[in-house]
Design a protein around this ligand. Structure first.
Ligand SMILES: NC(=O)c1ccc[n+]([C@@H]2O[C@H](COP(=O)([O-])OP(=O)(O)OC[C@H]3O[C@@H](n4cnc5c(N)ncnc54)[C@H](OP(=O)(O)O)[C@@H]3O)[C@@H](O)[C@H]2O)c1
Length: 231
């Protein structure tokens, strides 16, 4: 008898690493809700992938959009096994903390940190119906302080450090869940740019491993290349 089909949802997934994660999950037989805040691009991306992939409109910085997406998904599945909080913005890559505007920090945190928190809360009821629920937060080496500050994009970096903290809070609050965050490395995407050394396939690897292959007991960690790292 074959194992029941897993169900996953990925945010910000019409392009970049998120789209590659959807592609790899679908190729492994997972039913995937590909979500994006742009309907046209999201529908096109979902249609371009072979497998059981469904588009759902979701702007992670908009509470009503999150609640609406949770209602839409709950009509199409009775459980969710994997939630991947991938969507993020990088507004201040050339900026210095000395002239950083509060508005930039608030906007960045709304998408990169508060977004994953509200999305996880909204989908918790569906995740609770899974035998082995998993939440994966897309963080960044920019948020890592353990190896010394990178001194780059302060709003983005702080939002990812806070995301790693959020990961630990959810891991503590949801002991049956595996909740982890990932540094994908420097990846060639619209955000990463053309000079990045890693492909989207490489950037997606640890996320897909955490989604399908890592032990359920691995939780509350920050990982790069399938291994825990300090943050
Ligand atoms: N590329 C790298 O080197 C690198 C390194 C470390 C971490 N990361 C992380 O990897 C993740 C994916 O980034 P990427 O490199 O694949 O960049 P990307 O291609 O620019 O993808 C970012 C995605 O997030 C979406 N997004 C932004 N705000 C959103 C919102 N409010 N609601 C829904 N979707 C939203 C974007 O959609 P729109 O086009 O609609 O804005 C886009 O689909 C991000 O969390 C990023 O911080 C990337």
């Amino acid at each position: 008898m074959s194992a029941p089909q897993k169900v996953a949802l990925v945010t910000g997934a019409y392009k970049g690493i998120g789209l590659e994660v959807v592609r790899q999950l679908a190729a492994r037989g997972v039913r995937v809700f590909l979500t994006a805040r742009q309907r046209g691009a999201g529908e096109k991306a979902a249609a371009s992938i072979k497998g059981d992939v469904h588009f759902v409109l979701l702007d992670v910085s908009d509470v009503e959009s999150i609640e609406s997406a949770a209602r839409v998904v709950a009509k199409q599945t009775d459980h969710l096994d994997i939630l991947i909080n991938n969507a993020a913005i990088l507004l201040d890559d050339a900026g210095s903390v000395l002239d950083l505007e509060g508005e930039t920090v608030l906007k960045t945190f709304a998408t990169n940190t508060v977004g994953p928190m509200l999305v996880t809360q909204a989908f918790q009821p569906l995740l609770e119906q899974s035998k082995a629920p998993r939440v994966i937060n897309m963080s960044s080496g920019a948020g890592q302080l353990a190896d010394g500050l990178q001194d780059w994009a302060p709003a983005y970096s702080m939002s990812k450090t806070a995301l790693n903290s959020l990961t630990q809070h959810f891991a503590a609050a949801l002991p049956r869940f595996a909740v982890n965050s990932v540094s994908p490395g420097w990846v060639r995407t619209d955000m990463g740019g053309d000079a990045a050394p890693l492909s989207v396939e490489q950037g997606a690897d640890t996320l897909v491993w955490l989604a399908l292959d890592a032990p359920q007991s691995l939780t509350g960690k920050f990982l790069r290349e399938r291994a825990e790292i300090a943050w």
